[in-house]
Write a protein that binds this ligand. Sequence first.
Ligand code: ASP
Length: 410
Amino acid sequence: MWRTTQRRTGGSMAGPAISRSPATAFAASVAVACAMVLVGYLAIAFSEVSAQMPPTPKLATVTAPVVQVEATEVKATEVKATEVKATAVEATAAKRPAWALALHGGALDEVAKIPVDRRRSMEDSLAAALRQGREILASGGSSLDAVERVVKVLEDDPLFNAGKGAVYNAAGGHELDASIMDGRTKACGAVAGVSTVKNPVTLARFVMTRTRHVLLIGAGAEQFADEMKVERVDNRYFDTDYQFERWQRRKADEAQAAPPKPNKPDQPDKPNKPDKKGTVGCVALDQAGNLAAATSTGGLTNKRFGRVGDSPIIGAGTYADNATCAVSCTGTGEEFIRHGVAHDVHARVLYKRQPLAAAVSDVLRKTLQPDDGALIAVGADGQLVADFNTDGLSRGLADSTGRFEVTLGK
Ligand code: ASP
């Protein structure tokens, strides 16, 4: 006969307990054991059935932020949610390099006319600069350090139209322009018309980090260089025979050509087409996800004294924003200023949601005219773009996947 009593368990009230005779207790135990065996069988049978069922929608939810490929794979293989996450991370990492770097050594006018030995030397120089940038980024350094370093190396190289090797202006001297921009903060700095600063890109970085201004010019910039202990040199330091000869040829050509037309953007023909060669620039994405860009130039051969091109103009020759891309341009500076080219590439990606390569192509082919110039860009996802509407572009591309390419020309 079943009787209920109150029983203390572990010092707390455990509710009604049951007391019974030994025979009844034995029968009850057998019944409980049978029931447990039955439940066990049912559980096994149920799990086998459910293993053959299609995956639940929960798995698809896990893959939502990942590209379509992974979602399809999940359905096909019915892997567990935790495994899906691991696959997604690996796939994303494979698509997105940890760091990426592009540099340019200027748009090229007549690629076929570059002497072979000069061409080889330029390729070697571009590769050496690319290696320096790669070293910084691969070891976890910042994109700002990488772009400054790469541009500085190329400024010191007489083969390029920036720093040593800068073109001659109409007065027979050299005036240099440079800029740098931090895509993380949109901080930027630039110098224009400096004639005694050995590495204008370094001075531009000091303008960014040590003043409340963006652009310093001429004598004021040089005075600031002294304050920052940035090396200054005699203007003749920038002389090279190669650029001197180009300047002589250019002067002769211009003397024979019709006088330049005034600045009229609606006139599609370009009088006195400026010859473009050797401006340098660099864009980078670092492992922290920060973008940066820098550009440096001697400008255009036989330019008027005091002329400033796009290279030191933020938004024209240089731009960087972590949300979109980093851009460095080269070409006929007046056109790049007129169309705000570097910022336009950024704006197309931001507002129009254009893929970076399409944004660059549209600017070069729909906004600019053939032969205006070229640009390099790196996206926030590490995608590298180098494109031109000139005869060619000297460039180098590298990223954390092992990519390392140097190209002179097409
Ligand atoms: N964009 C530079 C300037 O106009 C020249 C060049 O890139 O070759 O000053």
